[in-house]
Design a protein around this ligand. Structure first.
Ligand SMILES: Cc1cc2nc3c(=O)[nH]c(=O)nc-3n(C[C@H](O)[C@H](O)[C@H](O)COP(=O)(O)OP(=O)(O)OC[C@H]3O[C@@H](n4cnc5c(N)ncnc54)[C@H](O)[C@@H]3O)c2cc1C
Length: 56
């Protein structure tokens, strides 16, 4: 898959940016070094088809 946006970190800032940019229907990749949903993350983001989350 080709991504238009790559976001590092799915904290309060990353999750908000991912949510807003996903409205543009871009393919977005989020890279997260944590092993679980961090504080501030939005679990509903993972139900958005054009968002992919990879734990590093
Ligand atoms: C104990 C505590 C209590 C708080 N209480 C409140 C509160 O009540 N109200 C409030 O408004 N604010 C509160 N804050 C502040 C709030 O948590 C932060 O302001 C906010 O989370 C900052 O958002 P952020 O997206 O910049 O960073 P974060 O939310 O910290 O997100 C950063 C993310 O990036 C990931 N990351 C970091 N480095 C990498 C890397 N190299 N590769 C991949 N992923 C990476 C991290 O794992 C994390 O998920 C609190 C903070 C703390 C520590």
């Amino acid at each position: 898959m080709i991504y238009e946006v790559i976001i590092v970190g799915t904290g309060a800032g990353g999750a908000t940016v991912a949510h807003e940019l996903s409205k543009k229907e871009w393919n977005i990749l989020i890279l997260e070094k944590g092993s679980d949903y961090p504080i501030g993350s939005a679990v509903n983001l993972l139900k958005t088809p054009n968002l992919n989350l990879i734990y590093l």
